[in-house]
Each structure stands twice: as C-alpha cells, then as structure tokens.
Design a protein around this ligand. Structure first.
Ligand code: NAI
Ligand code: NAD
Ligand code: ISE
Length: 336
C-alpha cells in the first residue's frame, strides 16, 4: 500500500522533501499540502505533486482520510502544535528539527507519545544517516584512536536572512551538533558555555556571529563548536576527534580535484540541501519504510528532547556568559 503523506510547511526543506518523496523515494506519495503562505503550497504542488490537495487548515490536513502520516516542515516555533495534533489523531509524524524550540515543549510531545503507547514521532536529524558521520562513528567504536578526549567542530553557512536571530545559532544550527555528537560519542552533556569572538562585519546588526560553544560530557570529553553563519565562502561542516591514540576527521564531501589557471582546487558546496542530500534521502525512506512496517527506527522524540535540554542551557549561557550545567533525567523505558 502506498503511504499517503500530508506536508505542513512548503518552504525550502518542505519543497525538497515533497520532491524527494515524489521523484526519488519509493512507497509514498504526497496527497496533501498546507502552508500559512498559500503561494508556497501552490508552487510546491505545481512543481512536484500535481494531484495533491491544498488544505487551508493544517488541522483538517492532519485529520484527512487521505493522509496516513504527516511531515512537519514549517518554522520551528510551530512544530509542537502540529506534532501534538498528529499524535492525537494517532498518525505517525516526521518532524523537521528542532522537535520544538524548548525542552518543555519537547517534553509535552514525549508525554503525549508515551500516553499514546506506541512510537509515532521521527525527528529530522539526518546526520546519523550521513555516510561520513557513520564512518567517523564506526572509527571511534573500533577503538583505533582510543578514547575521545577533545572534539573541534564547525558549522558554517555562507549567510543567513534578517529573521535569523542570535538564539537561532543554538536552536536552529547547533541543534544538529547537539544531536549528532551525543549519538556519536554515546555520552551526555554536563555543561555548556558560549563565547563571542570579534563580530564579523558581514553579520547583520542584530546578530552575534560567529559564536563558540564549549561543551563538556559526562566522561569529560571537551567539545568546541564554531558557529559561523555568515562565513561567505561555503556551507561547511567540520568535525575532528582527538583520541588517545590518534585523530579522526569527518570526511569532506567528494569533489573533483581540479588543476586549472595555475591553481589546484576543490569546490566547496554552498547549499545544505546538496551537502546532506544522501542523508535526507535515507532518513525519509527509513521513515516511510518504518511507518509501512509499523516500526519507527530513526531519531526519536526523546533524542529531540535531549538536544533541546542542551540547547536551553546554551541559550541561557549566551546571555549569562557562565558555564551552565546541563542535566538530563534517565530515558523512560519506552525510549530505551
Ligand atoms: P522556510 O521559511 O523556507 O519554510 C517554512 C514554511 O513553513 C514557509 O513556507 C512558511 O510559510 C510555512 N509555515 C510557517 N508557519 C506555518 C504555519 N503555522 N502553518 C503552515 N505553514 C507554515 O524554512 P525552511 O528552511 O524550509 O525550514 C523549515 C523547518 O525545517 C525548520 O524547522 C528548519 O529548522 C528545518 N530545516 C531542517 C533542515 C535539516 O537539515 N534537517 C534544513 C532546513 C530546514
Ligand atoms: P541505533 O539503531 O542504535 O539508533 C539509535 C537511535 O536512538 C537514534 O535514532 C538516536 O537518535 C537515538 N539515540 C540513541 N542513543 C542516543 C544518544 N546517545 N544520543 C542521541 N541519540 C541517541 O544506531 P544506528 O544503527 O547507528 O543508527 C543511527 C540512526 O541512523 C538510526 O536512527 C538509524 O535508524 C539510522 N540509519 C538508518 C539507515 C537505513 O539505511 N535505514 C542507515 C543508517 C542509519
Ligand atoms: C538549517 O535550518 C539546517 O537545518 C541546516 O542543516 C543547517 O546547517 C542550517 O544552519 C540551518 O539554518
């Protein structure tokens, strides 16, 4: 049976997910689209899903008999309400990151899912599906570089728009590192601190950019993450792990080594859609297959909550400048 999917939020990633479900993946089709901006819903349907119905009301989309599962790709602040409504309808939901913008809101989703009694939520943290991160984790797990002692990471975007605020460096950007590093190290964060280097002249007036986030884990591993969202030159994600016996790095995406005009060079990608295209394909196929098989295996609501607990501490640390403790309750049996 082909899975009928409804999408709420037909912006950048919503349209990209609609395209991938209709043109690349198997086992699903897009039957319904809603967007607070009707032009976005209209253009998504015209470009990729001519047979899909445009809903004016997202809650009618969630309830529709023509929708078996929902993809939430609207702005982060709207995620909680749509995920809770989809759980209340007893339908599976793929929610783009962040699961919600605060830990308290994520906790409400966790409680609702546990009350329902069966997993319905997958969070769009795609990095654990990325071949490079998987290879890096496999290297750490093999013991070849010994225990991880320090990590140096960077998350750089060429530029961001005027709606991007200083706290979004945490809730929208760093949230990927908060999720993937916890998964990769199999460790929990215990503290966070945020430092502001000299501000880039390319950043808009209201935005502190770049930022450095310092994290400490329960086993004592120290992590620094540079967030620099107006770096101009490319979309660049870096991760280097310093171990007791050696160093392991996240592989660069493959690019043609070029000799031209008296220079050796390799192109750097500019767009996050291209950088993680394979990971987005695999994560969404995993969701579709999981819903059809009745077993979701991808990043769960609890891991969305854990990332949000750490994010809350980082946001507090942005204003206090202090080393801020992070403490997580033990995972409920439902998520173990
Ligand atoms: P966008 O601004 O391009 O698109 C958001 C769309 O949602 C817009 O069309 C907007 O009109 C619509 N929308 C907003 N509020 C709505 C509401 N209440 N009801 C219905 N529609 C509503 O933003 P973008 O870049 O597509 O991001 C959307 C979400 O996806 C965010 O949560 C973002 O963090 C996440 N994202 C995840 C990525 C990843 O790598 N996993 C990459 C890019 C975005
Ligand atoms: P896994 O199957 O043990 O998955 C662990 C899951 O629990 C992840 O969803 C993760 O978010 C969460 N989790 C558990 N411990 C965590 C921690 N300490 N920090 C943060 N999150 C934690 O591990 P895996 O096999 O390496 O897979 C990782 C993810 O990638 C899974 O979601 C898996 O479904 C997915 N994956 C799927 C495919 C595929 O082909 N379908 C391929 C690669 C990865
Ligand atoms: C965007 O929302 C994403 O999730 C991208 O993966 C990320 O790199 C970018 O910084 C965010 O704005």
């Amino acid at each position: 049976m082909t899975l009928k999917l409804g999408v709420i939020g037909a912006g950048a990633i919503g349209q990209d997910h609609i395209r991938r479900c209709m043109q690349t993946l198997s086992g699903s089709r897009i039957t319904a689209v809603n967007d607070i901006n009707p032009d976005n819903a209209g253009s998504a349907v015209a470009r990729y899903a001519a047979d899909a119905r445009i809903f004016d009301d997202p809650h009618a989309l969630i309830r529709s008999d023509d929708v078996d599962a929902v993809i939430v790709t609207s702005w982060g602040a709207t995620h909680e309400a749509f995920v809770l409504a989809t759980i209340a309808a007893g339908k599976p939901v793929f929610c783009e990151k962040p699961l919600a913008t605060t830990a308290e809101a994520c906790r409400r989703i966790v409680e609702a899912e546990m009350k329902h009694g069966r997993r319905l939520v997958q969070v769009g943290f795609m990095r654990p599906y990325d071949a490079g991160y998987r290879a890096l984790k496999a290297t750490l797990d093999s013991g070849r570089i010994g225990e991880p002692l320090m990590l140096h990471c960077a998350h750089r975007n060429p530029r961001v728009g005027k709606n991007y605020t200083t706290d979004m460096a945490i809730t929208d950007t760093l949230i990927h590192e908060l999720h993937v590093l916890r998964w990769m190290l199999d460790d929990d964060y215990v503290s966070a601190q945020v430092l502001y280097p000299r501000k880039s002249g390319k950043a808009l007036e209201h935005l502190r950019d770049p930022q450095i986030v310092l994290l400490e884990t329960a086993r004592g591993t120290r992590i620094d993450v540079e967030i620099f969202v107006n770096c101009q030159y490319g979309y660049d994600v870096q991760c280097e792990v310093i171990g007791e016996l050696g160093i392991a790095r996240l592989p660069e995406p493959s690019a043609v080594p070029l000799r031209s005009e008296a220079a050796r060079s390799e192109a750097i990608l500019m767009d996050w859609k291209e950088r993680f295209i394979g990971a987005y394909d695999v994560e969404l196929q995993d969701f579709i297959d999981g819903v059809r098989a009745g077993v979701l295996r991808g990043p769960d609501a609890w891991s969305g909550y854990c990332a949000a607990v750490a994010a809350d501490a980082c946001v507090a640390a942005q204003t206090s400048g202090a080393v801020t403790p992070i403490s997580l309750p033990a995972a409920p049996a439902f998520y173990r």
